[in-house]
Design a protein around this ligand. Structure first.
Ligand code: AMP
Length: 138
């Protein structure tokens, strides 16, 4: 299933208060997925977010949930994003139920910044399941 039809024109640009840490680069791969320029194995789409399988899964089930809003990282989220952030988590839970992984448990991760392993600077929630997940993570 492709993400075509998930147009970046539906992504909300944001005003830029001076406390934003990062400028948003619209050429990042997740923006390109939202524009339908890069294919994705889509699991869920609605007006506010897209969920798709990670191209390099770190567990038997590994998917991502991304907002249709230009937020580079969690640290760039502000009070106006509170509802959207909640929606990303509710969607992660719904997709996990739909995939039948909720009962076995899953790990929900947001890598916030390069120092925490973030490589794609469009906010995303990872959901991993299907193998034992140790704590603390590496
Ligand atoms: P992070 O390191 O937290 O920024 O996570 C970025 C994730 O995006 C990694 O797990 C990558 O495997 C994944 N990724 C990168 N490009 C794609 C793509 N085209 N489709 C799906 N997942 C991708």
């Amino acid at each position: 299933m492709s993400a075509s039809g998930a147009l970046l024109s539906t992504v909300e640009p944001r005003p830029r208060p001076n406390w934003y840490l990062l400028s948003y680069d619209p050429t990042n791969v997740f923006a390109r997925i939202l524009r339908g320029e890069v294919p994705a194995d889509v699991l869920h789409e609605d007006d506010h977010c897209l969920a798709f399988r990670d191209v390099a899964p770190q567990a038997p089930t590994h998917f991502l949930v991304i907002p249709k809003r230009e937020i580079a990282s969690l640290s760039d989220a502000g009070p106006e994003d509170a509802g959207l952030l909640g929606h990303l988590l509710v969607t992660a839970a719904k997709v996990a139920r739909d995939l039948g992984i909720a009962e076995g448990g899953s790990r929900v991760v947001i890598n916030d910044g390069a120092g925490a392993g973030q490589t794609v600077f469009h906010l995303h929630v990872h959901v991993l399941a299907g193998r034992p997940l140790t704590w603390p993570p590496g």
